[in-house]
Design a protein around this ligand. Structure first.
Ligand SMILES: Cc1ncc(COP(=O)(O)O)c(C=O)c1O
Length: 384
């Protein structure tokens, strides 16, 4: 059996990486933007080399073995059998949900999402003169959950689109069948389209919480859904810009394609090359990665909860931890937790950008030794 090494990573300092360039020349460990420090799977790299050696980069369209790899991969990993004509190729998931906003609503209409959430969700409605309508997720014990009454009330504000992030960035939940069924019922009652960003679906850490695509619940919810997926997070190839929407309903798909017309380009052929190999051949790499991420996730929970004034709960998916710093910053009169920890040598994302100030998001998609170094810096910054 092939083994994969996640204990080391290529040196990204001085590279084109956004994540690393922010701190060029400073002793700050970058743990913000959601890409991992690991190299892409060896089979993906080989396929890219072979495609480059071909030497011709003319316009391309999704080819049969690529379609088969994606369709079979989703059936195998998420028990959802999709049809080839449901797929709409996209150069990214952010593009995908912006197109959904444009396709579904009119200026003035409401677009719902729960907070905190991946920041581009919060900006998409205004891009098309639509209104952002939100309700907060609430922490019950160890689990971030929906406030159903607040959600139902919010949907009454002339909302047309329900933007779901599942698995959830940043709280790391994998919403279960009961939660997804309630969302589907709300969508039915308020006649909403659901745009479900499932970019993190290959990164479920807890086998007890398998990912369920909301559109796989039943045909009625499939008809009102736009599901967005990509190989980018799971196989760490986000800058190859290849993603897709899955839209089972022909009329909704036609509306979606009209909203893309003239604006959204074809997908990068190297991205599609990588996608085929990732979905078809890189299951073992993904399983090995998940072992590393599970171990890193457990260390984050243990180390953070041992630091006075900081707390976090276990994530069910993703390589992102959502850390509550409110007690610590209130006690010390610190205005901004992420700026404070950056000055102490760890660069994390500011919760304010996700709609919840006082929190930071830590990206633990890196070798364990680097993670330990960062956790020690956080501890020292608080206890010294
Ligand atoms: C929930 C979510 N959606 C979308 C993206 C980005 O997708 P893309 O790079 O394909 O636009 C991210 C990246 O962090 C994400 O976390």
């Amino acid at each position: 059996m092939t083994t994969f090494d996640f204990s080391t990573a290529p040196d990204r300092a001085g590279s084109d990486s956004i994540k690393w360039r922010r701190y060029a020349g400073r002793d700050v460990i970058p743990m913000w933007v959601a890409d991992m420090d690991f190299a892409a799977p060896p089979a993906v790299l080989e396929a890219l080399h072979a495609r480059i050696d071909h030497g011709v980069f003319g316009y391309a369209d999704a080819w049969p073995s690529l379609l088969e790899a994606v369709i079979e991969g989703i059936a195998r990993d998420h028990a959802w059998r999709i049809q080839p004509d449901w797929l709409v190729w996209l150069p990214g998931v952010v593009t995908g949900f912006n197109v959904a906003v444009r396709a579904v609503g009119q200026p003035g209409d409401g677009v719902f999402t729960s907070t905190p959430v991946y920041p581009p969700f919060l900006h998409a409605p205004a891009n098309f003169e639509q209104r952002l309508v939100t309700t907060p997720l609430v922490l019950h014990g160890q689990r971030w959950e929906w406030d159903w009454n607040a959600t139902e009330a919010a949907l009454a504000e002339n909302v047309r689109l329900f933007m779901l992030c599942n698995p959830h960035n940043p709280v790391g939940r994998v919403f279960d069948r009961d939660e997804l069924t309630r969302i589907a019922e709300l969508a039915e009652r308020h006649d909403l389209v659901i745009c479900s960003d499932e970019i993190h679906c290959g990164l479920v850490l807890d086998p007890a919480t398998p990912h369920i695509p909301i559109a796989a619940l039943d045909e009625a919810v499939a008809r009102r859904s736009i599901t967005l997926m990509a190989p980018s997070k799971t196989w760490n190839i986000p800058a190859l810009y290849c993603a897709f929407a899955i839209i089972p309903d022909a009329a909704l798909r036609a509306r979606y394609k009209r909203a893309m017309a003239g604006i959204v380009p074809h997908v990068n052929v190297l991205g599609q090359t990588a996608t085929e190999i990732a979905y078809r051949d890189c299951g073992p790499w993904r399983q090995a990665l998940l072992d590393t991420l599970r171990s890193n996730a457990a260390r984050v929970v243990e180390a953070i909860n041992a630091i006075p004034g900081l707390s976090t709960v276990p994530v069910e998916a993703t390589y992102l931890a959502w850390i509550d710093c409110r007690e610590f910053i209130a006690a010390r009169g610190i205005a901004n937790a992420s700026a404070f920890f950056e000055a102490a040598g760890v660069g994390m994302s500011d919760g304010k950008d996700f709609g919840l100030p006082g929190f930071v998001r830590l990206n633990f998609g890196c070798p364990a030794t680097r993670l330990e170094q960062a956790l020690e810096r956080l501890r020292r910054a608080v206890v010294s």
